[in-house]
Design a protein around this ligand. Structure first.
Ligand SMILES: [Zn+2]
Length: 196
């Protein structure tokens, strides 16, 4: 059945290193009329379920373990019965948010989840991933690449040189017409962000 991307926004906070910020997170859902994959679990289970719109959720894929992306992940997994996935390198961040919860199932580079191919793109966090959907002509970049440039690397567990390398090697090598669906804010295109 034809695959499509559905979108919503959830508002809440992001906390790390003793600071807290108000943030709006994008909710991305990829699937057909029957079933879908949810990307990230920001702030509000009802807001995410509104985008799911009654479909069966086959997986919840977390782009990284900052609290604004995973805060309601356990509740969303319980509400949908779907498994959670996270790259194991983000375990220290997961433990900050959910110390009592087991790590989600491990993601690895090149793994296929439905329409999505996992690209391990460390830098914003050690286990940050992007999810490439070649048949849909888009990539979900979490906080690795935004409209206007790379994600933040000023806080713990981030590294600027590593994010630049990830973006150059794994994202700027995608077709230039690929639509970039980001973790916060507007879409962009690989062509628009690519540094010559
Ligand atoms: Zn983040």
């Amino acid at each position: 059945m034809a695959q499509r991307v559905d979108h919503g926004v959830a508002s809440g906070t992001f906390s790390l290193d003793g600071q807290t910020f108000d943030v709006d997170n994008n909710i991305w859902v990829v699937g057909d009329d029957e079933e879908c994959v949810v990307i990230d679990a920001p702030h509000s289970v009802p807001a995410i379920l509104e985008v799911v719109a009654g479909r069966r959720v086959t997986a919840i894929v977390l782009t990284h373990a900052h609290d604004d992306h995973v805060r309601v992940a356990p509740e969303l997994a319980e509400a949908t019965g779907a498994p959670l996935y996270l790259h194991p390198a983000d375990e220290p961040l997961w433990k900050l948010v959910h110390p009592e919860r087991p790590m989600p199932a491990p993601l690895h580079d090149s793994q296929q989840i439905g329409e999505l191919t996992v690209l391990h793109t460390p830098g914003h966090s050690p286990g940050a991933v992007c999810l490439y959907a070649p048949d849909l002509g888009c990539v979900f970049t979490g906080d690795t690449l935004f409209h206007g440039g790379p994600g933040a690397t000023g806080r713990s567990f981030s590294d600027h040189d590593t994010i630049v390398k990830s973006i150059r090697e794994r994202l700027f090598t995608l077709p230039t017409a690929t639509v970039v669906h980001t973790g916060h804010g507007n879409d962009t295109l690989i062509a628009a962000e690519r540094i010559p």
